[in-house]
Design a protein around this ligand. Structure first.
Ligand code: 4NP
Length: 156
């Protein structure tokens, strides 16, 4: 299974989800490939925001080696699951979809974890105090998604 997390800049929320899910994949010995991207390309080539690196490191997740990249059409072919971190990201990804198969791969991140939560993860870019709650929210949601995908028989 190949899983992609997508936010706006690919330097705050999606790299955290990427690192957290990689840690879960290791912990549960899953054969899943994890990656992340941004709908915007302004930060392409950059490491995650230092505040994102810092909060993840506090919980034993190293995301300092990740580099931002922009979401591209080819990602629909490379990934089985594409999780949008907020509703605008979801809309922007779906604008690039060409087939029903492409569209079927895309889900809102929190809704995939908790079917009654049709909302986005808040963007912490302008608010240092959001990194801690955003990390916790992303960690809990990633674990729910891991459980749901495992139950659905997606351990490979
Ligand atoms: P992210 O946060 O989408 O969680 O990576 C942002 C990072 C950068 C910007 C916006 C959001 N920006 O406007 O540059």
């Amino acid at each position: 299974m190949n899983i992609l997390f997508v936010c706006l800049g690919n330097i705050c929320r999606s790299p955290i989800a990427d690192g957290v899910m990689r840690q879960l994949v290791t912990e549960y010995a899953l054969d899943w490939e994890i990656d992340s991207a941004g709908t915007g390309g302004w930060h392409a080539g950059e490491p995650p925001d230092r505040r994102a690196i810092h909060i993840a490191k506090r919980y034993g997740v190293d995301i300092s080696h990740l580099r931002a990249r922009q979401f591209a059409y080819d990602d629909f072919k490379r990934f089985d699951k594409i999780y949008a971190l907020d509703l605008k990201n979801l809309q922007d990804i779906l604008k690039l979809a060409r087939t029903d198969e492409d569209r079927a791969k895309v889900e809102l991140f929190l809704e995939a974890a908790y079917p009654d939560r049709r909302e986005g993860v808040k963007d912490p870019w302008y608010d240092d105090g959001l990194f801690e709650p955003v990390y916790q929210e992303i960690h809990a949601a990633c674990d729910h998604i891991r459980q749901r995908l495992t139950i659905l028989g997606g351990s490979r």
